[in-house]
Design a binder for this molecule. Structure first.
Ligand SMILES: *Cc1c(COP(=O)(O)O)cnc(C)c1O
Length: 468
């Protein structure tokens, strides 16, 4: 017994750590043989939701058994290779180890001068390089793409209104407008609302037939808003749309933003690293001209949740938006703290070390190979959809999202049945006023076998639904 109420007996700590390590390895080995998802019966949910707090503390060594019995059997699904639902991946094994090490070190990546801050700086540069952004690009890791989008929109606003103060700032602020494509991720509208722009200040620009923002329509929308006395300040394009995997015409939009003095933010939460793959690179011409880019290592790179990144080509603009001054936080100016570039002060270091571990293991060629795996499987899936008389391909951009329908069954009922059966997981999406099945691939473990399982499930359950 140590003197601390949280202290544990050293021998017992080592034993529990070793047991946890064995459990983690066994669990990850077994994921493909377990149901993809399984929901907890309602009464058991209520039991979990009830407060864990009792008058007296309990044995801390109960934790592993608790997770094994009560948590692990009811997974979210994203660890499973036959999960084709949301764009969420399993944790890369190297990153699972990295997370544990980072938790033991436990520095705050917001302040101080310690190794993990430098590791985060290096990871940010590496992501920027992979994304094809110019050298000198900076930024920070975030909890995910939504937070990164918020940081970048706030930065765009601060940059655009530079020089405005007091009542003049308020007046100018009340006329700001930003632009997105029709199917842009909802986190953009949420970020815009959070920085004080009502929904009526967010324009949805029409898309061309391939589900990409129409640059001519963008140009017309900007002109109409200017004519109405408003201040267009930012265009958000998407690289790898959540709905269809489409990549907006980045070079055209960058050109318009430059010409019009607008900020160009690219939401690349899924497809921000596309420039790193030769088959995708053509869609990324002009990426070096954007002002900011969101990438999500916890999607494309299979880094554990949550890790996104806000990358800004002029990092001092990010700093202008978030810099803070407080007498209890004095620092050397040569190495600004990462908290100077974001909302968070005390910040986790785990996402820096997990991303470092994955990038270190992959190298540039490994990143390309990882994306290559998703693209190969996607080509096979699309071929099997096109070849089957009961299936119809509706949309599928350069990124591995495929939207399709089944001839005899409505997509929502079919997806729900497949989800409940637990062998594979498939979602739905509404595009162009039509609900379709939606399969996304973002898992280094997914194989052709899993595609077969998915298609098998589709045909089996479609038949059951039709026979009813
Ligand atoms: C997933 C996603 C987001 C949101 O990212 P989170 O990490 O879930 O917060 C934003 N934009 C796009 C295009 C996405 O695919």
């Amino acid at each position: 017994m140590t003197g601390s109420v949280l202290g544990v007996e050293p021998g017992e700590f080592r034993r529990e750590l070793a047991r946890a390590a064995e459990w983690v390895a066994d669990y990850l080995d077994a994921v493909p043989t377990r149901p993809v998802t399984r929901s907890r019966p309602p009464h058991q949910r209520e039991w979990l939701v009830a407060s864990p707090l009792r008058d007296e503390g309990q044995a801390w060594t109960d934790l592993l058994g608790f997770v094994d019995r009560e948590v692990a059997p009811y997974p979210c699904g994203n660890g499973h290779p036959a999960f084709f639902g949301w764009i969420n991946s399993p944790p890369a094994p190297a990153a699972v180890v990295a997370e544990l090490l980072a938790v033991a070190l436990n520095p705050s990546n917001g302040m101080g001068e310690h190794a993990l801050m430098d590791i985060e700086r290096g990871v940010v540069s590496a992501l920027a390089e992979l994304a094809g952004l110019p050298s000198g690009t900076g930024g920070v890791l975030t909890s995910g793409g939504s937070t990164a989008n918020l940081l970048c929109l706030a930065t765009a606003r601060t940059w655009f209104l530079r020089g405005h103060t007091g009542a003049d700032f308020d007046r100018a602020h009340s006329t700001l407008v930003c632009y997105q494509a029709g199917d842009t991720h909802m986190s953009i509208a949420r970020a815009a609302r959070t920085i004080g722009l009502g929904g009526h200040r967010i324009r949805s620009v029409p898309m061309t037939a391939d589900w990409r923002m129409d640059p001519d329509a963008l140009r017309r929308a900007i002109a109409a808003d200017r004519a109405g006395g408003l201040r267009p300040f930012c265009v958000v394009s998407t690289a790898g749309s959540t709905a269809t995997g489409a990549v907006d015409p980045i070079a055209d939009i960058s050109g318009i933003c430059r010409e019009q003095g607008l900020w160009h933010h690219v939401d690349g939460a899924f497809g921000g690293l596309g420039a790193a793959h030769p088959d995708l690179a053509e869609h990324y011409a002009g990426i070096d001209l954007v002002d900011s880019l969101t990438v999500d290592p916890h999607k494309t790179l299979n880094v554990p949740i949550g890790c996104g990144a806000a990358l800004v080509t002029h990092p001092e603009r990010l700093r202008d938006a978030f810099d803070h001054d407080a007498s209890y936080l004095t620092r050397e100016s040569a190495w600004p703290w990462l908290s100077d570039y974001t909302l968070e002060l005390t910040r986790p270091a785990g996402r820096a070390l997990t991303t470092w571990a994955v990038l270190h293991q992959l190298g540039r060629t490994g990143v390309t190979a990882l994306i290559d795996g998703y693209l190969n499987l996607t080509r096979q899936l699309r071929r099997q959809i096109t070849d089957h008389p009961d299936l119809q391909l509706v949309a599928g951009g350069p990124w591995p999202v495929t939207c399709f329908t089944h001839r005899t069954t409505d997509s929502v009922s079919l997806a729900r049945r497949i989800q409940d059966a637990g062998r594979a997981y498939l979602g739905t999406v509404e595009i162009g006023g039509r609900t379709t099945l939606r399969a996304s691939i973002c898992n280094h473990l997914t194989t052709e076998e899993d595609l077969h399982t998915l298609l098998d499930e589709i045909h089996t359950h479609a038949k059951h639904l039709a026979d009813r």
